[in-house]
Design a protein around this ligand. Sequence first.
Ligand code: CU
Length: 369
Amino acid sequence: MRFDFVPNWDVPEEITEEDKVVRKILKDNYTSEAWRCMNLTCLCPYFDGRIENSTNKCILPSGKILTKSIRREYRTLSDEERNIYHKAVRNLMENGLFDEISMVHYRVVSINEAHSKPEFWIWHRHYIKSLEIELRKINPEISLPYWDSTMDQNLPNSHDSIMWTDEFIGRTDENGTVISGPGAYWVTLNGHLLTRRTNFKSFGLFHEADIKYVLGESQLGMPRRPKIDNCGKQLEFLEIMHGDPHHYVGGAMDALITAANDPIFFLHHCFVDLIWELWRQQKNPNCHLIGLIDDDIDETYEYAPRPTCTKESPNCGSKYLFCDQSKKLPQCSVKVQLGGICKGLKNENQPCISEQCIEGICQYKPFKS
Ligand SMILES: [Cu+2]
C-alpha cells in the first residue's frame, strides 16, 4: 500500500482512486482552552505540573520548571533543537492533534471568521499558541519558531534558500509533493498528499520595506469600529501582505481553507504575530482597545529579536545565516543551498552553505592537484 506512512490513528481502510484519497475521520472536537492562559501558573495544570508554594513556580512531573517559551527564528535553532521541534510536530501528526488543530482553522474559514477583519490578529495569535502548547506538552523545552522570510527574500533566488532542503522544512518532488522535513508525505484533511509550489517565482515573501512601513504607522483598525479616527488601514495592509508567502509556498498553503495543513503555516504565522507584537508595543493609545494594552500581555511566551547584523558585528547568530554586505545596509540572510544562485553576493560574507560562490553558483571548492 502506498500510504504506509499514514498513522493508523482513525484512518479507515477505505482508500480509493488508486490510493490517492485517504479519508480521515476526525473527532473534530479540539476543545483545549489552554490558549486562554496568560501566565505559567494558569498553564501549569495542562502540563500536569504543580505550583510550588515557596517560589510560585510550576514544577513539571519531570522535576523541571515550566518556563516561558522563547520564540526564535527557525534557522537560529541548533540542529538538535530543530530536530526536536520536527519530531514533536510529527508526533502531533501521528496522534491526530495536528489534524484536529488544522480543522479548527478550516472551520473558522468556512464560516468566514477570523480573516479580512480585525480579529485576524488576535485569533491567529491564539491559534498558533494552541499548537505551541501541544508541542510543549510533548517537550516543554520547545518553543514555536518563527520564519523570518525577509531573510529568504533577500537572496538572488529565494527558492535556493536552505529552507527548502531535507534538514529544514523539506523538499518537494517534481509534482510538488513534500518529500522531506516535518511535512513529508503528509496526507492533508482533504485526503491529498501535502504539496507546495515547485516554481516559486510568481509571488514574493515578506519584504523588509513593507514591514518597516507597517511599523512606521501608529494607528490600528479598532475591532468593531474599523472606520473611526482613520485607524483602519494599516494592519489591513499587513494582513494582505501576509498572503504573499501563502501563495509563494503554494499547494495547501495557497488556499485559506487548507493552509493550516502545512506545518510551515505555523512558522509563517508566528512571524506575522511577531510583526504584530512589534507594532503593538509601539501602539498609539488613541487607537487602542482591549487585547492591545499592556496589562493584557501574555506571559507564556516572548519573541527573541530578529537576526540583525552590521559591518562591525557581522554575526547573525547561526551557521545557517550570513551577514549580506552586498547591499547598502548589511542584513542577515539565510544561506544558499548547494547549486543555488549566489550571483551578486560577496563570497567573503559566506553566502553558501557549501564552501564557495564560484561563478555565481554555490559549489564546493574546485579540486586542486
Ligand atoms: Cu488564517
